[in-house]
Design a protein around this ligand. Structure first.
Ligand code: MD6
Ligand code: FE
Length: 220
């Protein structure tokens, strides 16, 4: 067997085994971000140095347990007046940090692998969960059009992702997500309710006592 042939078999098989279908339009690519982890952590450090993680307030007046920041042309923000995408960081009034090339590349590759070629994100929301932090069931519907998928990268401590239906009352599946997993959803799954269960305590060798989630969207 030639080394070339061996390589292509070796690379193709795990790739296929790793795609896990949650629903029509929603897939988890197990370990997809692992080859890029060093670049992602590097980019993350640069982003949070320019736009620190902060706990935003919901329109209902609650402070979120998840700390957030953004990179890219648009950033997701919440305050008493509502949720929206904004080009400036309201904490500093500077533009959000640029989206690192490696972030954009990984998001496009994952989308393509999941059946959504040509994904060009303009927003990356960074979520940091410390033990006990959670995200209530919600829909992602502040983006301008729902044709583009959302690509969600999990780093650090494992979490249980809740994946529900088209209505809030629909029973949610529990999907464990670990360091390096990438979830992609779009098409018929784009508006499904979802959330994250309270983070269990633990220590991740690279990230310590936290989980970081990067969600990439085409928001504008
Ligand atoms: C999280 N993710 O995993 C939160 N939204 O920390 C989301 O809210 C999300 O993972 C839309 C699509 C994928 C996601
Ligand atoms: Fe969401």
């Amino acid at each position: 067997m030639t080394p070339d042939l061996f390589d292509s078999i070796d690379a193709a098989r795990p790739d296929e085994a790793l795609a896990e279908q949650l629903a029509d339009g929603a897939v988890v690519l197990r370990g997809f971000a692992l080859p890029a982890q060093a670049a992602l952590l590097d980019g993350l450090r640069q982003v949070v140095a320019q736009a620190p993680l902060r706990h935003m307030v919901t329109p209902g007046g609650f402070t979120m347990s998840v700390a957030m920041t953004n990179c890219g042309a648009l950033g997701w923000v919440s305050n008493r007046r509502g949720y929206r995408y904004a080009p400036l960081d309201p904490d500093g009034t500077l533009p959000w940090p640029a989206m690192p090339r490696d972030f954009e590349r990984l998001a496009a590759e994952a989308a393509s692998r999941a059946g959504f070629p040509g994904f060009v994100p303009d927003a990356c929301l960074v979520n940091r969960y410390e033990p006990g932090a959670r995200l209530a069931l919600h829909q992602d519907r502040n983006e301008r059009d729902f044709d583009a998928p959302i690509v969600s990268v999990s780093l650090g401590l494992p979490a249980v992702f809740l994946f529900g239906g088209q209505s809030r009352a629909d029973k949610a599946m529990r999907v464990p997500l670990v360091h390096g997993d990438v979830a992609v959803w779009g098409g018929p799954a784009r508006l499904r309710y979802h959330g994250v269960m309270p983070l269990k305590d633990g220590e991740h060798p690279l990230l310590g006592r936290c989980r970081i989630n990067l969600t990439f969207r085409k928001a504008g």
